[in-house]
Design a protein around this ligand. Structure first.
Ligand SMILES: CC(C)(COP(=O)(O)OP(=O)(O)OC[C@H]1O[C@@H](n2cnc3c(N)ncnc32)[C@H](O)[C@@H]1OP(=O)(O)O)[C@@H](O)C(=O)NCCC(=O)NCCS
Length: 185
């Protein structure tokens, strides 16, 4: 689904935009996918697992997101560069079409600038525009205090914990927490 471009200002005063992905974003998105995988343990890929991301696959992915009636992907551009992206998607199945899921990640150099907050305000507004949805769901990995703080600020509450959901390369096991934010009942 395509949504209108949203301009905003970062905490440091730089101009930024949220908008749906375009072909011109492909090199920046590939760079972001690879770099972000090495900058945090809190996303589900290691840099060596990023070989599967190619320009062709990324174009297919952007086209799929923009054409779907149950998905929105937004990229964030800061001074023309891709800072990260976020997604919201929901099922079309009768029994689960009241539930949306979201995902978000940014390159480290753009953390703590308010981009995550703007992304969530936008994703929540999109969800509120779909009368079928009653809740948004997400997961975060134990220790991701920045993500948790953002999600709680945006009205999400912890609903459960999956023990040992993540195993890092060094064997460390981490729990995964699920959160829900109600849109309406
Ligand atoms: C999690 C992430 C998306 C947050 O985006 P962001 O743009 O940095 O978030 P914002 O700047 O809008 O807000 C972060 C909030 O957390 C607060 N915060 C920052 N570090 C914190 C910490 N260590 N503990 C608690 N709160 C913290 C900030 O003060 C800010 O709140 P405020 O705006 O009320 O001051 C981003 O940091 C990121 O991409 N991290 C790596 C990937 C990731 O973890 N993705 C989520 C997977 S579940």
């Amino acid at each position: 689904m395509i949504v209108k471009e949203i301009p905003f200002t970062l905490k440091d005063g730089r101009n930024a935009w949220l908008r749906c992905g375009r072909d011109e974003d492909i090199p920046g998105l590939l760079e972001y996918l690879r770099r972000s995988a090495g900058e945090t343990e809190f996303i589900l890929r290691y840099p060596e697992e990023c070989g599967k991301y190619t320009a062709e696959k990324e174009k297919e992915y952007i086209d799929m997101q923009n054409a779907a009636d149950n998905r929105v992907m937004l990229v964030c551009l800061v001074e023309g560069k891709i800072a990260g992206n976020c997604e919201i998607f929901w099922s079309n199945n009768l029994k689960t079409k009241h539930r949306a899921s979201v995902a978000i990640a940014l390159l480290k150099e753009y953390w703590n600038q308010g981009i995550g907050t703007k992304m969530f305000e936008t994703l929540i507004r999109i969800a509120e525009g779909n009368p079928d949805l009653i809740q948004i769901e997400l997961e975060f990995i134990e220790g991701n205090t920045r993500a948790r703080a953002l999600y709680e600020k945006m009205g999400f509450r912890i609903t459960g914990m999956l023990p040992d959901a993540i195993r890092l390369r060094d064997g460390t096991l981490l729990n995964e927490y699920s959160m829900v934010r109600k849109i309406r009942r």
